[in-house]
Structures are given as C-alpha cells and as structure tokens.
Design a protein around this ligand. Structure first.
Ligand code: GDD
Length: 322
C-alpha cells in the first residue's frame, strides 16, 4: 500500500489551497504541471513536492506517469474552469476537461500495480436550468447543462460513474458550487469586483466605476479553504462511485455580494453593466443541498461569507500594494 498523493492542477487556484492543506501531511506529494505553469507557489509551500511535467491530453504520457508515481490518492483538479470563456473554447474544453479525465481513468484501469481513489472535481454548473421549486438541488437532480463548460463537466462526471460501474475504478465525484477566496483569478465575478474596488481605493482607476455583468444570478458560495477541506474528507471518507454536492446551502444574488464588497471597502462606487460581460445563457439560480456529504463526513463550512469577502479584498490589496 502506497502513501502517495497525485494532484493535477496543483498550480491553479484550488490546487494551491489543497497544497496548503496537505503540505504538512505525511503523504508523499506529487503534482502534475504543464510546461507553461508557474511553479514558484508550489516550491514556496512544499519544497519537497515532486512536480512532474505532463500534458494530460497525451494518453501514453499520462499512463507512464501513473505507473511511475503509483498514487493511491489522485485529486484531478486540472481543466478549463471558466464558464464565461467556454463559448469561445468549446473544442479545447473537450480535450482539456474530457480527454484529460479519460486518460487518467483509462490509465488507472490499465495500470496493474495501482488501484487509487480518484477525486473528480465536478461542478454545480452541471445542474444548469433547475426549476425554482426544485431548489436547493440534491445529487439526484437531472443534469441540464447550458454552457459548453457545464457539458464538459457533465461528461467528466458521467465517465467517473461509468468507470466505477464498468471497471471498478474508485471514483468520487465532488460537485462544488461557487467558491472563492485569496488567489482567485480575476476572470471570476467576485475576484474581478474585489480587484476593481482595490484599484479604486488605490486611485489606479480613471473613475469610481465598477464594470459588471449579470447581477441578478443567485449563487451559493463557499470559501475555497472549506472546499479543499471537503475534498480531503471526500477522498478519505466518501464512497466510491458516488457524487456529493459541496456548498453552503445559502443563495445570494451577485448584486448582494457586490454590495457587501463595496460596503467592506467603504468607497463611493458606481456600478456599470457591460454588454460583453453578459453570457449567451446564465443559470438564474443555483443553490445546493449538501446533506448527503455532511452526513458522510460531518463537514460544514467554517468561513463566513463576510470573512471570505474580506480576505479576497485583502488579497488584492496585498497584490496591488503600491
Ligand atoms: N466572471 C464574471 N461573472 C459575472 C460578472 N458580473 C456578473 N457575473 C455573474 O456572476 C456569476 C458567477 O460567475 P463566475 O464568477 O464567472 O463563476 P461561474 O460562472 O458561476 O463559475 C464558477 O463556479 C462554478 C461552480 O462552482 C465552477 O464550476 C466554475 O469553474 C467557476 O469556478 C455568473 O452568474 C455571472 O454571470 C463579471 O463581471 N464577471
């Protein structure tokens, strides 16, 4: 039995927080990185993480990596995660989300010497259009994806189920609802808003205008640090072949969350909607029910939304310290 964890997407937002969480564990840690990835974060946090360069779309390279590392835990976090840009990158999503996942599942199936648990990072976006009276959504809800991103994640989720049923690959499918926190890239709503607010605070902006998209959408936010805790619990305590929602069970409009960020800053700000930030379809309301996951692991979010938003602003203040 090995004691080896492999993390794909380790240099990404969620990957970096998972690394913070696992850094002091007694497990051997391996990370998969692309040629172009920035490695400083990993090296700063865990000098002895073994980083392997591998293109996950390259099947034979993935098979070789799995044989070589021989993990008993695989956190598969890598992939394209932006819903907004997915309408412009549908073909590359097929590769980076679906083919990459298949390579891992197939590699695990073919490898004779390993039988790891594989956490697949799936998404609430897969539920897509849900009737208001069906909220909060449970895992048994039908998937009605409306973005290319959500279609790709639905395929990842379904392959996870299929590989478990057909081949006994020990997949655990986590369906995380929205999450944010320090280090969140600014292509996502709250981090984008927090960055714009800090630019106004620092007088780096020509005006006190904040540019936004659709503020009426309702989303269920969890702090990324609570999400990676949930991922670790899912890996260690959840049942193979199952899907688990990870969420706060509370919905806010994006407008409410923007207002809270503005209030935390104290700046006088004018909100301006931009057409190019509006999506072809935006799921109106996504609030989850994570009773299944709670019952299995005892997990619940620890960070309040106020702490998360405050830490997000602080992150951008540090990043843009002028
Ligand atoms: N990005 C962005 N979104 C905006 C803006 N203004 C309003 N929104 C709205 O804010 C909501 C959240 O958008 P994002 O932060 O871009 O996240 P997402 O599309 O919900 O996707 C994220 O959450 C999923 C569920 O966990 C993840 O699966 C996905 O990878 C991503 O992290 C959407 O309804 C979007 O239309 C804006 O200026 N920028």
């Amino acid at each position: 039995m090995t004691n080896t964890t492999l993390i794909t997407g380790v240099t990404g937002f969620v990957g970096s927080h998972l690394l913070d969480r696992l850094a002091d564990s007694d497990r051997d840690l391996y990370g998969v990185v692309r040629e172009s990835s920035s490695l400083e974060y990993c090296r700063d946090h865990r000098a002895d993480i073994d980083l392997r360069t591998c293109n996950l779309v390259d099947g034979p390279a993935v098979f070789e990596l799995l044989e070589d590392v021989a993990p008993d835990h695989i956190y598969h976090l890598a992939g394209q995660s932006s819903v907004k840009s997915s309408w412009d990158s549908t073909y590359s999503l097929i590769n980076n989300n679906i083919v990459a996942t298949l390579n891992i599942l197939e590699g695990v199936r073919q490898a004779e010497s390993i039988d790891p648990r594989v956490l697949l990072a799936c998404s609430s976006e897969q539920y897509g259009l849900v009737d208001a009276d069906a909220l909060p959504v449970t895992e048994s809800m039908a998937l009605n994806p409306v973005s290319p991103y959500a279609v790709s994640k639905s395929a990842v989720d379904m392959f996870g189920f299929q590989y478990y049923k057909s081949h006994g690959v020990k997949t655990i499918r986590t369906r995380a609802f929205n999450h944010t926190g320090p280090r969140r890239p600014d292509k996502y709503a709250l981090s984008d808003f927090a960055k714009q607010i800090v630019e106004i605070e620092n007088e780096m902006s020509d005006s006190n205008h904040i540019h936004v998209g659709n503020l009426s959408a309702v989303r269920d936010y969890t702090d990324v640090r609570d999400v990676v805790k949930a991922y670790e619990l899912a890996m260690c305590e959840c049942s193979s072949g199952e899907a688990y929602n990870i969420c706060s069970m509370t919905g806010y409009t994006i407008r409410e969350l923007l207002d809270r960020l503005i209030e935390l800053s104290g700046e006088d700000i004018t909100v301006v909607q931009e057409d190019e930030r509006i999506r072809p379809v935006d799921v109106p309301e996504l609030v989850g029910d994570c009773a299944k996951f709670e019952a299995k692991t005892g997990w619940g979010p620890e960070y309040t939304i106020k702490e998360t938003l405050g830490d997000l602003l602080q992150y951008w203040r540090r990043e843009m310290d002028v």
